[in-house]
Design a protein around this ligand. Structure first.
Ligand code: ADP
Length: 259
């Protein structure tokens, strides 16, 4: 649906961008960025025009995951052209600073960088802009959720209790700023041994689904822990494009359909 968020100037809509969906997690390392990239690709496979905004200023992953390097051009010195690969447009702090340069910015600078990456970019016409949010639910994240005109949020969690606890915090953060939570994705849901086919529940199993039911929220799907997901992400050829018929790719596409 088109953006209908009310709010002040800070939450003003982005011209040409029909909807903006945040992918968030209560803590780092649960697969939020991996889910963002593959979800974006799944959405593109549905025929949508998709962009990815990497809002993880301190630890941008999207350039590597989308297999993009180089710097965005700016014909007028003001508006940046987004980078693009696999038909997906992307803006990330990773394009603007060297990979080994730490961002030692305080909150206000992060906020203005984010606003620029959102608004001073020629996104063209997009059906959906997927935002890879920074991990956690601190002040910066809350402000970000307040400043970006979000249509909705997807929460990524691993199945075990501690990650779910953090996911609940993430959920409450979006509720606080009146952003609808579209549902929960359970990542690293299980591990299937490639040799013997045995299914192990390394980070437990089914916790996110139970939690979604308990909270009356949609469960968007589960993605197993699988070496192909990790390897293809690292190589910048995420599984949805590199092995589109694989069941793992289908899992992401099913999530995209529910979003
Ligand atoms: P976050 O954005 O939450 O910090 P990432 O998406 O960067 O997490 O994932 C952390 C690491 O786990 C990465 O190396 C990524 O390739 C890997 N990873 C994420 N999801 C899976 C999965 N389902 N199976 C295997 N590896 C995964």
């Amino acid at each position: 649906p088109p953006q209908q968020q009310a709010g002040g100037e800070q939450r003003a809509m982005v011209p040409g961008v029909r909807s903006i969906v945040a992918v968030a997690s209560g803590k780092g390392g649960v697969g939020k960025s991996t889910t963002t990239t593959n979800l974006a690709m799944g959405l593109a496979r549905l025929g949508l025009k998709v962009g990815v905004l990497d809002a993880d200023i301190y630890g941008p992953s999207q350039p590597r995951m989308l297999g993009i390097s180089g710097r965005p051009t700016s014909p007028d010195g003001k508006i940046l052209n987004p980078m693009e690969n696999y038909g997906i447009k992307c803006m990330s702090m990773g394009f603007l600073v060297a990979e080994d340069t730490p961002m030692i910015w305080r909150g206000p600078m992060v906020q203005s960088a984010l606003q620029q990456m959102l608004r001073d970019v020629d996104w063209g016409e997009l059906d959906i802009l997927v935002v890879d949010m920074p991990p956690g639910t601190g002040d910066a994240q809350l402000t970000m959720a307040q400043q970006v005109p979000l249509t909705g949020a997807v929460i990524v969690s691993t199945p075990q209790d501690i990650a779910l606890l953090d996911a609940r915090k993430g959920l409450n953060m979006f509720r606080k700023v009146d952003v609808p939570v579209l549902g929960i994705v359970e990542n690293m849901s299980m591990f299937i041994c490639p040799n013997c086919g045995h299914e192990s529940h390394i980070f437990s199993h089914g916790g996110a689904k139970r939690e979604a039911e308990k909270l009356g929220m949609e469960f968007l799907g589960e993605v197993p822990l699988d070496i192909e997901i990790r390897e293809t992400s690292d190589e910048g050829r995420p599984i949805v494009v590199s092995n589109p018929d694989a069941p793992l790719a289908q899992a992401y596409c099913a999530i995209a359909q529910r979003v």
